[in-house]
Design a protein around this ligand. Structure first.
Ligand SMILES: [Zn+2]
Length: 594
């Protein structure tokens, strides 16, 4: 049974591909080219589980795999947290991008040119991306004209190729140069304001002016590689009234608490290398990537937040901070570390000996020294212990500091073994008995940051639908009870008891929900190879319904094609498609009659 439905799955992929080309949907064309196992497999290590594949869920913390992928249906489902969907929703959730972002990521992978499908950019979000892209090109061009700015970048060790990759630019020292360029390109002031590129003076209601003037411009990208904001570093004269770094104010596209600078290029390297390298500034990040630490990312315009961690821990559970010691000890950084430890992530800090120097300068001077610093990294709790112990002058003072600054983090550490390890270290460092440290630890509240909990998607099924769900589960239970041999009599009774409503429900069920039930059934019946006949009958009914709906759609398309005087070839294609669908419906009818 399963082998056949797998073939059908592949056949459908091909048919969807044809529909996509005719109907012009990039989504279907991408789906016809990329399998779910290929896409998910590039992020997670998948293991075979019968007809499906499984992995540890990237969306919630777990020890045993409950995340299943079905190649035949092109979907995934997690029994632990309820995450589910197709390749698009997977990339959306995995990379924290919107649907269009996922579309971009997957289109590139599938070799599908989106421009072929793009209509006029009427969507207002598209307009914002477009205005930011235009601004990026403007800044890039300006940098080309500014030898002094390029000399400055070179003096910091940045190679022209690196600034090209990261699209570094320059904002000229003029009040309305960017605005003039953008309005010449057809963008309105409202659009520029919404993208955070210009601002309106409050007191003098004059013309809006450019936010960024006389700055080296670093575009900030989303995970799909689209520019969503800028960070501008002041160039040349520095005075007290002008901030050294200026970021785009928060907009619809840019939220600094969740955007990670560099994630679009670093994400796969983070997985490959098994850790994320966190740095503070744009220059640090660019220099890291330039010398081969391509797993580097940076929080931009804010300290690391729990939201950043949510993104990072989908790629790896290990983070290495290349911060200078002061920055790592700052409250905001500590909050993030605490959240990371509570999530079960391992947090280390690099041993950067040149105090007060940032990674960019260390790398410019000697990449080897920087690499050594990473190699000699220590666990964050140990770093805190050293820091507290070094500050306390008396034993008493040291103990107090350790209790206040280190123990809360020990509480956060998820692994009991590691916790015991740290208690041992602390006892040794303070020259006290381990029991005493354990006692103190008991009394201490964890640094208690609410970690983000992935909530089970609420079941929107109400009354009758809920009863139907119960019905399906009831059937499944019946099936297992009888050692996978169906007791038709019992099942019929169960279905009969729920009545016609049940049939209505299963015919109206969305593909998404249907998948969930199938995953559940497969899990219950062992990898999907032995789905009992009755369940396959249910599925055939569902498939038939869907095909009938689809054939109506194609009939409509045919009418339109005829009226619109479409080419003979296209009508033929539609007809062929319709024919193959009808054949499958007949086949299902025969199977159901058996
Ligand atoms: Zn999960």
């Amino acid at each position: 049974m399963y082998a056949r439905s797998f073939r059908v799955g592949n056949k459908w992929r091909t048919i969807y591909g044809i529909v996509a080309r005719i109907m012009g949907s990039p989504v279907e064309e991408i789906k016809s080219r990329l399998g779910v196992e290929e896409v998910v497999g590039s992020y997670l290590k998948l293991e075979r589980a019968g007809a499906n594949l499984k992995a540890k869920c990237p969306f919630h913390h777990e020890k045993t795999a409950s995340f299943f992928v079905s190649p035949a249906r092109g979907s995934f489902y997690c029994f632990g947290c309820g995450a589910k969907g197709d390749i698009f929703s997977f990339v959306e959730q995995m990379e924290g991008v919107d649907f269009k972002g996922a579309l971009r990521v997957l289109a590139e992978r599938a070799g599908v040119h989106l421009s072929r499908f793009r209509k006029e950019e009427s969507d207002s979000r598209d307009r914002l991306f477009a205005v930011l892209e235009e601004a990026t090109q403007f800044f890039e061009k300006e940098l080309g004209a500014r030898a002094d700015a390029r000399t400055y970048l070179a003096s910091r060790g940045l190679l022209p190729k690196t600034s090209e990759v990261w699209r570094v630019g320059f904002a000229p020292d003029e009040w309305r140069a960017l605005r003039a360029r953008l309005s010449a390109k057809g963008f309105s002031d409202t659009e520029m304001l919404r993208a955070g590129l210009i601002k309106q003076s409050v007191e003098r209601k004059g013309e809006p002016y450019d936010v960024f003037r006389n700055r080296i411009m670093f575009p900030i990208f989303d995970s799909a590689g689209r520019v969503i904001a800028f960070s501008g570093r002041i160039f040349g004269k520095e005075d007290e009234n002008t901030p050294k770094y200026l970021n785009t104010p928060e907009t619809e596209l840019w939220r600094k608490s969740s955007a990670l600078y560099g994630i679009h290029l670093a994400k796969h390297k983070i997985r490959e290398r098994g850790f994320a390298l966190l740095v503070e500034g744009q220059m640090d990040l660019l220099m890291c990537h330039q010398v081969g630490f391509e797993n580097a990312v940076a929080a931009s315009g804010t300290a690391l937040t729990p939201e950043h961690l949510d993104i990072l821990c989908r790629f790896s559970e290990n983070i290495l901070l290349a911060y200078d010691a002061d920055a790592a000890g700052e409250k905001a950084a500590l909050r993030a570390v605490s959240a990371a430890l509570q999530k079960g992530m391992a947090v280390k800090i690099a041993a950067l000996s040149d105090k007060g120097k940032d990674p960019a300068d260390i790398i410019a001077k000697s990449p080897a020294e920087f690499a050594d610093g990473l190699k000699n990294s220590t666990h964050f709790v140990k770093f805190l212990l050293e820091r507290a112990a070094a500050r306390g002058e008396t034993v008493r003072e040291r103990s107090r500091l350790v209790r206040a600054e280190v123990l809360p983090f020990v509480r956060d550490v998820k692994s009991a073994i590691e916790r015991a390890e740290f208690v041992k270290d602390i006892a040794a460092r303070l020259e006290v008995r381990e029991d005493a440290v354990w006692e103190d630890l008991e009394k201490i509240e964890s640094s208690q940051l609410p970690t983000t909990n992935y909530q089970l998607p609420t079941n929107k099924a109400q009354n009758s639908a809920l009863r139907m769900l119960t019905g399906i589960i009831f059937c499944a239970l019946l099936l297992t009870e009888n050692e996978r041999k169906i007791d038709t009599e019992k099942l019929r009774k169960a279905l009969g008891a729920i009545g016609a409503e049940f049939l209505l429900y299963i015919s109206a069920i969305s593909a998404d929900e249907r998948d969930t039930h199938i995953f559940e059934a497969e899990a219950r019946f062992g990898g999907g190879e032995e789905i009992p006949k009755e369940v396959s009958v249910l599925l055939l009914h569902l498939e038939k319904e869907e095909l009938e709906r689809k054939s109506v759609e194609i009939l409509n398309a045919l009418t339109v094609a005829e009226r619109g005087g479409e080419s003979e070839a296209r009508r033929k294609e539609l007809l062929t498609l319709l024919q193959s669908i009808r054949m499958r419906i007949e086949e299902i009818k025969r199977l159901l009659a058996e």
